[in-house]
Design a protein around this ligand. Structure first.
Ligand code: AMP
Length: 220
C-alpha cells in the first residue's frame, strides 16, 4: 500500500477527528490528534499536561513550542514510516512552518491538506451535543450520531462525558481563536498547491465518501 501523509484541517467541530479516524483505519496509518495527545498529558498530570491545561480550559491555543515538540517526537516513531493523518495540527502559521522543518529533516512531504469547510452555525450545534467516551475516546453526537444509551459508550461501555471546552462560552472563544490564528494557514497551503477543500456541512457518511474519492485519485 502506498504511504499516505495527510493533514486534516478545519475549525473545532468541523469533523476532523471523525474523518481522520476513518482515513487512518482504512489506510492502516496512525491518527495523530494533538488535542488527544494533550488531553492524555493532562489526564496523566505530567509537567507538560499541567502547563497545557490552563490554555485548554479557556479555549486558547497551547504555546507552539510545546505542541511542536510533541508532534516531532510522535512523527519520529517507527509506525509513521507507513504515513499518518495529522488532526488539529498545525493550528498557527508558526506551527505550519515548524511542520515543514520537521518534514524536511525526515525527508518526507505531505500529500495533501484536506480543509473541512464548515459553517459556524453548524459547528455550535455539533460541539454542544458532542459526547466522548472517557475510556476509549469514541465520539458521539446526541442527535446525529447518538449512542444507544446516552451515558455509555456503544463500543466499550465506558462512561460518556462532555468535554470542558465544549461548553458554549468556551466554544465561542475557540471559534474566535480559529478565525484569528488558524484560518490564515489556508492561504499558506493554497500557495503550496496541496490544499483540497471539502464541504464539511454534510453528514459524516457524505463527507467520508467525498474524501474517499479524493484519496483514491491521490493514490493512483
Ligand atoms: P481539539 O481536540 O483538536 O479540539 O483540541 C483541544 C484543545 O487542545 C485546543 O482548544 C487547544 O487548547 C489544544 N490544542 C490542540 N491542538 C493544538 C495545536 N496544534 N496548537 C495549540 N493548541 C492545541
Amino acid at each position: 500500500m502506498r504511504v499516505l501523509r495527510l493533514v486534516i484541517f478545519g475549525s473545532p467541530g468541523a469533523g476532523k477527528g471523525t474523518q481522520a479516524g476513518r482515513i487512518a483505519g482504512r489506510f492502516g496509518v496512525p491518527h495523530i490528534a494533538t488535542g488527544d495527545l494533550l488531553r492524555e498529558a493532562v489526564a496523566r498530570g505530567t509537567e507538560l499536561g499541567v502547563k497545557a491545561r490552563r490554555y485548554m480550559e479557556r479555549g486558547e491555543l497551547v504555546p507552539d513550542e510545546i505542541v511542536v515538540g510533541i508532534v516531532e517526537e510522535r512523527l519520529r516513531r517507527p509506525d509513521c514510516k507507513k504515513g499518518f493523518v495529522l488532526d488539529g495540527f498545525p493550528r498557527t502559521l508558526a506551527q505550519a512552518k515548524a511542520l515543514d522543518e520537521i518534514l524536511e529533516k525526515l525527508e518526507i512531504k505531505i500529500d495533501a491538506v484536506i480543509n473541512l469547510e464548515t459553517s459556524e452555525e453548524e459547528i455550535v450545534k455539533r460541539l454542544s451535543n458532542r459526547r466522548v467516551c472517557k475510556f476509549c475516546g469514541a465520539v458521539y453526537h446526541l442527535i446525529f450520531n447518538p449512542p444507544k444509551n446516552s451515558e455509555r459508550c456503544d463500543r466499550c461501555g465506558g462512561e460518556l462525558y462532555q468535554r470542558e471546552d465544549d461548553r458554549e462560552e468556551v466554544i465561542k472563544r475557540r471559534l474566535q481563536v480559529y478565525r484569528m490564528q488558524t484560518r490564515p494557514i489556508i492561504e499558506y497551503y493554497q500557495e503550496r498547491g496541496v490544499l483540497i477543500t471539502v464541504d464539511g456541512n454534510r453528514s459524516i457518511e457524505e463527507v467520508s465518501k467525498s474524501i474517499g474519492k479524493l484519496l483514491e485519485k491521490l493514490c493512483t
